[in-house]
Write a protein that binds this ligand. Structure first.
Ligand code: MCN
Length: 786
């Protein structure tokens, strides 16, 4: 069997219901907060109320003497712990490491200063209030462009600047392209800082056994093995004595990729106190101190022919990094990723980008679903809409004229990404057809006569997926990325699949079981998928960047295939036929063409382990295989079209519908794919219309609860139409591509595009997201006065 094409029968590609859902729906699932161990003590962090201040002194004496308080740790008590630094191997990125507890200075509201440990969380919180920190407030800077100014307050004095990265890259003949242009257009967009806001906040529990020197660390992380490695290195505990268990995780969306200061502190406290130490983040902490995302200031300039052909593009991307870079939370993660994908699905050969990363007095920026790409896609698609309007072209037509045609695959972008395959033009046409585009345009014109403003927004996208080493390199983040699966059939014939990717809502226990069941010829009920525990799963990087279907599916397929061959060899000796003459279906191994000559999987497995006669010379009795997979780069694509109506009196936006046509190659489970698209679209609607982490000039966080940080709920999400195109990847096992991020990559552009299309009759200029009613009304007012 070649693995380029996976068998698709009963399981693979079917709408199998998620096997993990019964325990979620009945409340049986155990999250970090549900783990209760005897003798546990609890941590509350003392956090900075200032955006920028010098710490003159910290007085912990009152807190320490409170009943039930075990200890109060400040920076002076954790000198053994190194600061967290960015591990991104990108030349020119200035290090801005974050101390695990702030020492001399705080640089954002919410930065941890002290950890109070007490018998209960209540006592710890009360005691934290008694820790007296003497601050000398400093001027803050919360705007990235202002932070670049030589007079701006500097966060990291040793650098002498807030600019931690700046580089211009020219690809192709950019000046030639601009020289040939009929028209040159410019646009600026300041994308909003918004956050993953997972239902479950961060949290961890550190259990250290002094006698054996073993640390068991429970954490709601997306990357158990990477966390184990970092904890071993930071705490000086040999890695084989560290076990990380990530129990059920209630969403991560990239926010839980980061290895956080709080985790390192809690792990350390467990080690030094010799009691289980637990911290469960509250929502305010999550909003203030977990990583933020997606804020960039993007300036675009395009050289365009009158027929709408984009000849060349210049982009300046300023990433607002927040206060620090540490491991995956890096100053560069937004603008560098954005610059790489800026050409998107369009055939743009001449491109120049300037990438700038700047520190500000805000929470550090980290990964969040389609990191860097959402902002770039939004800026480019809104820009293309504007160019089309200026040229009097339909925005769909402008896209048609520039999109990479199917005959150009594999297509290498000027930024070095190799698009393996896709349905770019087809997804555009299909989405337009589904939304009834021509009719909508007619209706739009009609309604305008009645003073009603309908808008249609198109966002045509490509999504780098399957984050292995090759795509990481193509996307500008050159670090190795690969994973492992172990597939085992136990003596009773039941199957265990242990994987290093870690589901935190995506449904891997179902989809990866589908792969194993299909290849092994057993029922999905006979397969369990284990993940999230470094003692049970083989080594790997974890789940992020839409990689688990491709990498997880691929490695499970490879391992299952090897185990299948072992089963066939064992059965061939029992049935006395050649392995090639055997097949497996529904848990029965049988002779092809003679199905009555058969054995159950139980009979074969039992014999393989426990009947020496079955075993050939040199054959292992264990029906198990571990396989790694580091796939070639593959890119998904799709098109999202939004229809809305804007009330020009109030600025309120009513979304009528969103149509998504997506192509993630071979689907393991279309129902799960649709769930991924729906969730990501909802997040994209939030990003376009509602969500914004706002700071005032002094660095004060204005949106520290869900009362003022507005997440969309079901009532804000209009009817969604989702349709699949399937162009299998020619370079991955089974032709699978990822799906996890496309919806959030493309929806803000589509929704914002629809709003701006509705406002097209007015000269309303909006350069900032989200498109709140206030911003819309203000833009309409200033357009009147122009
Ligand atoms: N899938 C499929 N067929 C495909 C592609 C994917 O059936 N061709 C299925 C996969 O098997 C998996 C799911 O769709 O069950 C998502 O697959 P994939 O695109 O590989 O993404 P990952 O599983 O690696 O998950 C990461 C991705 C990212 S990057 C973010 S951010 C995100 C997301 O998934 N965070 C999520 N979706 C999330 N969904 C939930 N519920 N919670 C999160 O935190």
């Amino acid at each position: 069997m070649t693995l380029q094409v996976l068998p698709r029968g009963k399981w693979l590609g079917a709408r199998v219901k998620r096997v993990e859902d019964p325990r979620f729906l009945t409340g049986e699932a155990k999250y970090l907060a549900d783990i209760v161990l005897p003798g546990t003590v609890h941590v509350a962090f003392v956090r900075s109320p200032y955006g920028h201040a010098r710490i003159k002194s910290i007085d912990t004496s009152a807190a320490k003497t409170m009943p039930g308080v075990l200890a109060v740790f400040t920076a002076d008590d954790v000198t053994a712990l190194p600061p967290l630094a960015s591990g991104l191997p990108v030349e020119g990125l200035q290090p801005t490491p974050q101390p695990v507890l702030a020492k001399d200075k705080v640089r954002f509201v919410g930065e941890a200063i002290a950890a109070v440990v007490a018998e209960s969380r209540y006592l710890a919180e009360d005691a934290a209030e008694q820790v007296v920190v003497d601050y000398e407030p400093l001027p803050a800077v919360v705007d990235a462009e202002r932070a670049m100014h030589p007079d701006a307050p500097i966060l990291h004095e040793e650098l002498g600047t807030n600019i931690v990265y700046q580089k211009t890259t020219t690809l192709g003949d950019i000046e030639g392209a601009f020289a040939q242009a009929d028209r040159v257009f410019r646009r600026r967009l300041h994308t909003n800082r918004f956050v993953a806001a997972p239902m479950e906040t961060r949290g961890c529990l550190s259990v250290y056994e002094r006698a054996s020197g073993h640390l068991t660390f429970y954490s709601s992380t997306q990357m158990p093995h990477m966390l184990r490695l970092f904890l071993a290195l930071f705490l000086g505990i040999p890695e084989h004595k560290v076990r990380v268990i990530s129990p059920e995780v209630g969403g991560g969306f990239g926010q839980k990729m980061t290895i956080y200061p709080e985790e390192v502190v809690v792990a350390y406290l467990g080690k030094v106190l010799g009691r289980p130490v637990k911290w469960v983040e509250d929502r305010r902490e999550n909003l203030a101190a977990a990583t933020h995302a997606k804020e960039q200031i993007i300036e675009l300039e395009a050289a365009v022919r009158n027929d709408g052909t984009i000849l060349g593009l210049k982009a300046r991307l300023i990433g607002d990094a927040g206060a620090y870079s540490f491991n995956t939370a890096s100053a560069l993660i937004e603008p560098l990723a954005g610059a790489g994908l800026m050409p998107g699905v369009y055939d743009i050969q001449h491109y120049q980008h300037e990438v700038i990363a700047v520190c500000t007095n805000k929470a550090p920026v980290g990964a969040f679903r389609a990191v860097g790409w959402t902002a770039a896609q939004t800026a480019r698609e809104l820009f293309f809409d504007e160019i089309a309007r200026e040229l009097g072209l339909d925005p769909a037509e402008l896209r048609r004229r520039n999109v990479i045609p199917p005959e150009r695959f594999p297509y290498t972008t000027c930024t070095g990404m190799v698009y393996d395959s896709g349905t770019y033009r087809e997804s555009l046409e299909r989405a337009l057809e589904l939304v009834g585009y021509e009719e909508l345009r007619r209706r739009q014109a009609e309604l305008r006569q009645q003073g009603r403003y309908l808008g249609v927004g198109i966002s045509l996208y490509v999504e780098p997926t399957a984050w292995g080493s090759e795509i990481a390199l193509q996307a500008g983040f050159p670090f190795p990325s690969h994973d492992n699966a172990t597939v085992t059939i136990d003596p009773s014939g039941k199957v265990r699949v242990a994987v290093s990717v870690h589901s935190h809502g995506q449904g891997h226990e179902t989809t990866l079981a589908q792969v194993a069941a299909e290849i092994l010829g057993v029922s999905i009920e006979d397969v369990v998928v284990e993940h999230g525990d470094t003692d049970r799963a083989p080594w790997g990087m974890g789940t992020y960047a839409s990689r688990s279907a491709v990498i997880g599916g691929g490695m499970v397929a490879l391992a299952a295939q090897e185990v299948r061959e072992k089963v066939l060899r064992a059965a061939s000796r029992l049935l006395e036929v050649a392995p090639e003459d055997l097949d497996i279906q529904d848990g029965t191994v049988f002779v092809k063409g003679a199905p009555d000559r058969s054995l159950s999987m139980f009979q074969v497995a039992f014999a393989a382990y426990l009947d020496n006669r079955t075993r050939a010379e040199g054959e292992e009795p264990l029906l198990s295989a571990t396989k790694f997979y580091d796939p070639r780069a593959t890119y998904s694509n799709g098109c999202i079209v939004t229809v809305c109506e804007v009330d020009i009196e109030t600025g309120l936006v009513q979304l009528d519908k969103v149509v998504a046509v997506e192509d993630c190659g071979t689907m393991l489970n279309p129902m799960i794919v649709e769930g991924q698209v729906m969730g990501a679209i909802a997040q994209g609607i939030g990003g376009a219309l509602y969500e914004e982490m706002a700071y005032d000039e002094s660095g004060q966080l204005m949106t520290d609860t869900f009362v003022n940080y507005l997440l969309p709920s079901a009532t804000e999400v209009p009817p969604l139409t989702i349709e699949h195109l399937e162009s299998p990847s020619p370079v991955t096992i089974g032709g699978i591509k990822g799906i996890g991020e496309g919806g959030l990559l493309a929806t803000p552009a589509s929704v914002a595009g629809a709003v701006l299309d509705a406002l097209a009759p007015f000269d309303a200029r909006i350069e900032r997201l989200p498109l709140t009613p206030e911003r819309i009304v203000e833009a309409l007012r200033s357009s009147e006065s122009r």
